[in-house]
Design a protein around this ligand. Sequence first.
Ligand SMILES: Nc1ncnc2c1ncn2[C@@H]1O[C@H](COP(=O)(O)OP(=O)(O)OP(=O)(O)O)[C@@H](O)[C@H]1O
Ligand SMILES: [Mg+2]
Length: 264
Amino acid sequence: MPSAAAPVVDIRDLSTVFGKGSEAFAVHQGLNLSVLPGEIVALVGGSGTGKTVLLRQMLGLLHPARGSVTVLGRPAEDMGGEGAAGRVGMLFQHGALYSAFNVLENVAFALNELGTLPRDVVRDAAMVKLRMVGLKPEHATRMPADLSGGMIKRVALARALIMDPPLLLLDEPTAGLDPNGADEFCALVRELHAALGLTMVMVTHDLDTLFALATRVAVLADKRVIVADTPAQVVQYEHPFIRQFFRGERGLRAMAPAHAVKER
Ligand SMILES: Nc1ncnc2c1ncn2[C@@H]1O[C@H](COP(=O)(O)OP(=O)(O)OP(=O)(O)O)[C@@H](O)[C@H]1O
Ligand SMILES: [Mg+2]
């Protein structure tokens, strides 16, 4: 959809290369993607196609071998990873809470690292975020080992949002949750998206999550984004990955009836 708004994420002609000399291999080559304010872009692609690496590029954790990754008008690498928290929140693929820290300490982590705010201010800010993700004050002192999978995702989400970033990256947010837990998490993400006016990029292989949340779908294949369009358009696109992903048995079930396409 054409829009005059400046993109929140603008990736141009990106190449990402790992290894050196004869060992070098490109994960991305000539990859383009832009994400407009308020969008929820679902990033899909086969395992190992570089979805997580692309999110790490947006966080400024990797230097592009070629091309540019611009986030909120500045080169992503200028954010220097650590300083990114105020601009970009990230929910990591494996939930990854610090196991030695309790819930509140996990949520408050980035604010504590800043070292500029009094303890009680940090605590209050973290409590607000906990409530925002549907957790109760009594959960604040629990340890990660004592949380359900759904609660871990909520704590990780609160932690990603602690500095009110306008851009939120989610890597497989519903992986490992049961269908009920996944639905609840999607409802929460949708609420926060509306309430906070967030822009989101979400990697997912879960079609229910994709259709519940995505305003646009970007497909990573052949080292680049082969198509980025509405879910209804993307499912029609001719490519072996899309055929298998969306029009395999799982895909047809998740799409029915809203996005169903006729299989010949
Ligand atoms: N720091 C690194 N050094 C070398 N190779 C890496 C590094 N990070 C990722 N890779 C490689 O880049 C490729 C893409 O990895 P990535 O984790 O982005 O895949 P993915 O699309 O997220 O897959 P999955 O769906 O399994 O999570 C893989 O071949 C991986 O081994
Ligand atoms: Mg990954």
